[in-house]
Design a protein. Structure first.
Lengths: 426, 283
């Protein structure tokens, strides 16, 4: 089968900074090169789009030599951090802005939904706005008329349909906008996080409609969202963008896994270089390693295996003050809630620290959580202040294991507990 | 560069053909054009008490002021036509041109929000502005004709000439000249706004270089060339000549206006179409 969309060496360059008298020199230079038939001099420079580091160039590449294909009927989830180039890609696909180099070839009509209710006029009625919005999205009057009842029905705004839109609540406006867009019938539909608006019920309805469009009608959908749950639900394949490059193009579950892992991979940075730690710093964790049973550093652990976390802690406090200190290790969902907390306070154990490195080992005899990735957080505090707090110290990769030592590998539970069963015959 | 052959229906590439009017695409969006015209018209006078009566009030006051200042006090020539009629004719025609030019000249900056979210041929927007201004012009013409008939009934001798048949052509020329210039300006102001300010007061000044107030026949020979270079001169003079049979009518002058309009419209549309692709990055 032939792909419905083919993206070849697509790049987009942006110029940073304000436009004013300074830029006119560059414009003239550019124009002069063009009439001489030479290449644009500013295309040779430019840096990858990394927001946090200060660059030397005023030009950045929001997308750099992107290549991918989309098959008909595919529902492609596009994910990546903010600034990875997702929105730029969608903008180019929906023809809002042009590429700098490269090309996109496609069959059929592309309908894009970068926003719901685009071009609504507050003084026109709901009905009039359906026509206006539909026409802006590329429908003809006849198409809209034939679907008018469906659209009104889907929006649930029937009672207000002849009232100016400015009297609508914001939720109703969104509903009406989505209703129009959902009845757009392009071969390729592009959707940008529009589902993030509206209440729960509406989001479900919108997601259901999107599934219907893709599954039942076999349309191709490109979907951008930060919500991994809806992406997983809706898409069957994924595209992972990072700094304007395609990092991965695979099944949606693999791509989402990689994304979640990558977004937590900050844990691989040396602790002393971490700038995101909180707390006063009077006591600091200097190192933290997960050790396997042979005392080697690892990030992998089997279910049911020994969990041994080795910390080195240093205190700058007077020794006498280093009392009643709590040192806690949390095991959390990635980017989420705490599942397990280990703490010396729970055990009624005092830990005395001084300016020398103190090694402290936290141990769970049988690690109880099921396979997956978990983030480790460490904090050191007393009742008055927090001395040190580090999220994502490391990412724990838990694999299948023989928790019960029975040869039976169980992974349908969230966690495991040792248990026994007694059979009592009377 | 050799055009690459593909087996695909549509392509998105960095550069378009140098000169592409894309009229077919605009035609495909004709429903949108109609809806935009309706929207502009309805939205303009919603929540006003007088509604479309405002279309009358503006030219009436403009004409009255001109008749008092230029006709009454300065006693400028009006080619023997009653001042009220003479100025109203000029104002009605001139306003159509200047409204078209002014409203289309900021198409990109005024619609950046909409254009940033969805694609449609951007030329639909200025076209819709010209058409909704045409409706306003039509209402202005009704007013003009009513007063015209009033003067005829009360016994003023007016001599409409055969050139009145050129009226539809004049309207098209005015609309397209405004549209062409407006698209040119709006395409050139996405990056540097300077031109926009020039247009704002430039249109007002240009009126004095057009025979709206002073007929071409009353212009001293020294300044005549300035008047003749202005492509609106031929249009306004022909407009007045058609209704009053007084003033100047010459084919070369009118042909110059038509030729100017055709060229400026084609260049304007082509540059406008070229700009729409990347203007979002700089606007």
């Amino acid at each position: 089968m032939k792909p419905i969309i083919r993206v070849e060496n697509l790049s987009k360059q942006y110029r940073l900074g304000a436009i004013g008298t300074k830029t006119i020199r560059e414009d003239v230079q550019r124009w002069w090169h063009r009439i001489q038939g030479k290449e644009d001099p500013y295309l040779k420079i430019g840096e990858t789009n990394d927001r946090s580091s200060k660059g030397n160039s005023d030009y950045v590449w929001a997308l750099r030599d992107i290549n991918f294909e989309v098959m008909p009927g595919e529902v492609l989830g596009i994910i990546g951090k903010n600034g990875a180039g997702k929105s730029t890609l969608l903008k180019i696909l929906s023809k809002v802005t042009g590429p700098t180099t490269g090309r996109i070839d496609f069959n059929g009509r592309i309908g894009s939904l970068l926003e719901v209710g685009t071009g609504f006029h507050p003084d026109l009625t709901g009905r009039e706005n359906i026509f206006l919005n539909g026409a802006i999205l590329g429908m003809t009057k006849r198409e809209i008329r034939s679907k008018l009842d469906e659209i009104i029905d889907f929006s649930g705004c029937e009672r207000y349909i002849d009232t100016p839109v400015k009297r609508y609540s914001s939720g109703m406006t969104v509903r009406l906008g989505f209703a129009v867009a959902a009845h757009l019938d392009p071969e390729i539909l592009i959707v940008d996080e529009v589902l993030a608006v509206g209440d729960d019920e509406f989001q479900k309805k919108a997601l259901g409609k999107m599934q219907e469009i893709s599954k039942n009608e076999g349309r191709t959908v490109l979907f951008v969202s930060h919500n991994m749950i809806s992406i997983k639900k809706l898409c069957n394949s994924g595209l992972f963008l990072e700094n304007g490059n395609v990092l991965m193009r695979d099944s949606i579950s693999k791509v989402v896994n990689t994304y979640e892992y990558k977004s937590a991979s900050i844990g691989e940075i040396d602790l002393s270089l971490r700038s995101d730690r909180k707390g006063s710093g009077k006591i600091k964790v200097m190192s933290c390693n997960l050790l396997n049973r042979f005392n080697y550093k690892t990030t992998n652990i089997d279910c049911g295996e020994v969990f041994l976390l080795d910390l080195s802690v240093k205190s700058n406090l007077m020794e006498t003050k280093s009392k009643n200190i709590e040192i806690a290790v949390n095991i959390c969902h990635i980017g989420g809630d705490r599942i397990i907390q280990l703490s010396n306070r729970f055990l009624g154990q005092n830990i005395y620290l001084n300016s020398e490195l103190t090694r402290i080992q936290f141990r769970i005899d049988k690690f109880p959580l099921n396979p997956g990735k978990y983030a480790i957080r460490i904090f050191i505090a007393n009742s008055i202040e927090i001395f040190d707090w580090i999220d994502n110290v490391l990412i724990l990769n838990v694999e299948d294991g023989d928790f019960f030592k029975s040869g039976f590998v169980e992974n349908s539970s969230v966690f495991f507990v040792d248990h026994s069963i007694n059979i009592i015959n009377n | 560069m050799v055009a690459q052959k593909t087996e695909y229906e549509n392509s998105i590439v960095p550069k378009d053909k140098l000169f592409d009017l894309r009229l077919q695409e605009i035609w495909n969006y004709r429903d949108l054009l109609v809806l935009f015209v309706r929207r502009d018209f309805v939205a303009k006078y919603k929540q006003t008490i007088l509604g479309p009566v405002w279309f009358f009030i503006q030219p009436i006051f403009q004409t009255a002021v001109m008749a008092i200042v230029f006709g009454g006090m300065a006693r400028l020539s009006t080619d023997g036509v009653p001042p009220i009629l003479f100025y109203l004719a000029g104002v009605t025609a001139w306003n159509y041109f200047s409204n078209c030019l002014r409203a289309t000249s900021n198409t990109f900056t005024a619609n950046a929000n909409l254009f940033g979210k969805v694609y449609f041929p951007r030329a639909v927007t200025p076209l819709s502005i010209v058409i909704s201004n045409l409706i306003q012009f039509g209402i202005g013409m009704v007013l003009f004709l009513l007063i015209y008939i009033f003067f005829v009934i009360t016994g003023t001798a007016l001599h409409p000439s055969i050139t009145l048949l050129l009226l539809p052509l004049l309207i098209v020329v005015m609309g397209f000249m405004g549209l062409g210039l407006g698209m040119l300006v709006s395409a050139m102001t996405t990056r540097y706004r300077d031109l926009q300010y020039l247009v704002e007061f430039g249109v007002q000044l240009l009126m004095y270089a057009t025979p709206v107030i002073i007929p071409l026949s009353a212009i001293p020979a020294k300044y005549k060339p300035i008047m003749l270079v202005n492509p609106m001169t031929g249009v306004i003079e022909t407009f007045k000549y058609g209704f009053f049979g007084a003033g100047t009518f010459s084919w070369p002058l009118l042909s110059y206006s038509i030729g100017f309009t055709v060229i400026v419209f084609l260049i304007g549309l082509a540059i406008f179409n070229k700009t729409e692709k990347n203007f979002m990055d700089t606007v």
